[in-house]
Design a binder for this molecule. Structure first.
Ligand SMILES: [Zn+2]
Length: 69
C-alpha cells in the first residue's frame, strides 16, 4: 500500500517537473492535457482573424479620414 502511494507521488512529481503540458507560445499558457492545445490554438487563430478584420476596417477608416484631410 505504502509502495503504491510512493509510486503515485513520484508520478505526480514527474508531472510537476515536465508538467506534461504543452505550452502555448502565443500566450504562454500551460495547456493540460496536451490534447487541448489544438483547440486552444484554434481559438487564438479565430481571435487573430477577428483582429485582422477589425484592423482592416480601422485602416479603411483611417485612409478615408486622410482623404478628407
Ligand atoms: Zn494561448
Amino acid at each position: 500500500m505504502a509502495q503504491v502511494l510512493r509510486r503515485d507521488s513520484q508520478e505526480i512529481l514527474i508531472e510537476d517537473k515536465s508538467f506534461q503540458a504543452a505550452k502555448c507560445d502565443k500566450c504562454g499558457a500551460k495547456i493540460y492535457p496536451r490534447s487541448l492545445l489544438k483547440p486552444h490554438l484554434n481559438r487564438h487563430q479565430s481571435q487573430r482573424r477577428w483582429f485582422l478584420t477589425e484592423l482592416k476596417k480601422l485602416r479603411r477608416t483611417m485612409s478615408h479620414m486622410r482623404g478628407i484631410a
